[in-house]
Design a protein around this ligand. Sequence first.
Ligand SMILES: *Cc1c(COP(=O)(O)O)cnc(C)c1O
Length: 372
Amino acid sequence: MTRRRWAWVEVDTDAIRTNVRRLRALIPGDCKFMAVVKADGYGHGANAVARAAIGAGADTLGVATVDEALEIAGAGLSAQVHLLSEPPPAAARELVQEGVIPTVYSLDVAHALSEAARRQGKAVAFHLKVDTGMNRAGIAAEDAAEFLLTMRGLPGLELGGLFTHFATAEVPGDWDFERQLGRFRSCLESLREAGFRPPIVHAANSAATILSPESHYSMVRCGISTYGLHPGDATRDKVELQPSMAVKARIVALREVGMGDGTSYGFTWRASGPTTVATIPIGYGDGLHRVLSDKVSFLVGGRECPQIGRICMDYSMIELPRGVTAGIGDEVVIVGNQGGSVRTLDELAQLAGTINYEMACAFGMRMERLHT
Ligand SMILES: *Cc1c(COP(=O)(O)O)cnc(C)c1O
């Protein structure tokens, strides 16, 4: 794996299986589990994650874009693929062909899917997305029944499910969350009154799956928690998750510098005395955000070593403190365990002023991934 490049991502698929089992244990046995593998499995590799999740009891897969849907649907996995966003009408033919379950909340998309279904002699069980307050995408909850009545005559389409998405599920007891849930309940009620019974009803992301059993309905959609990361602090003592991503590199160069010498662009760091500088081939082009420059530390030989100077696109430098000896090719842990010490995506995210979701996606961009 490290033959071509001395920077890589390790993904522990056992950890993913463990997480799916632990999350599944939080929901009723007849509730379906969707593993959300959009953005290439939050940077972990959609295909490998999907296989592991299915092996541990995931029923379906969720993605965000048409390309992601077509790719994972074409991978020959046993689970159905849900496209969680509404596709452009022009993508209808391919989606129907691959058997992807589409999201619908516009009439022109419904027409395009109906036309494609009719031509291919197939039935499409779409899921209607309702906006219950996040104000991002979906049909307004109070308009859902009327929308379905308008669509009713379209051949080849059937209502396969109804869903919504929460804006604040990671905040326990949140008023806005309760309001969204209330609107979703009313929406379901209005659909029943109009004669619609969506076979699958879903609302919960990771946070709601862990914190709000009343939001489970007939399926939950877990992304971040599948990867062993928490959507917020409130879920940490509710379920034990195993982080599955490690980020590693090997030292490619070593320098002894003297007092006043700097390293990297702009010399934001200068040595206060004789210092050993080690170079690793990982930079912001790999997801190590430049904003982390001079703020993070990595592990070498189980010891904490500060990152120094600006993080470049393809390189970053670290200081080897007194007592840490290392040579070319020695392993540096950016995220993961080494000698009993741990570096987490959560810490990096906090220092970068972002969330673990974004850090994980970013590390998946350019580095090769080793799935164990
Ligand atoms: C990304 C996404 C999820 C997963 O959210 P997590 O917080 O990662 O569990 C669930 N549902 C929808 C619609 C999404 O877009």
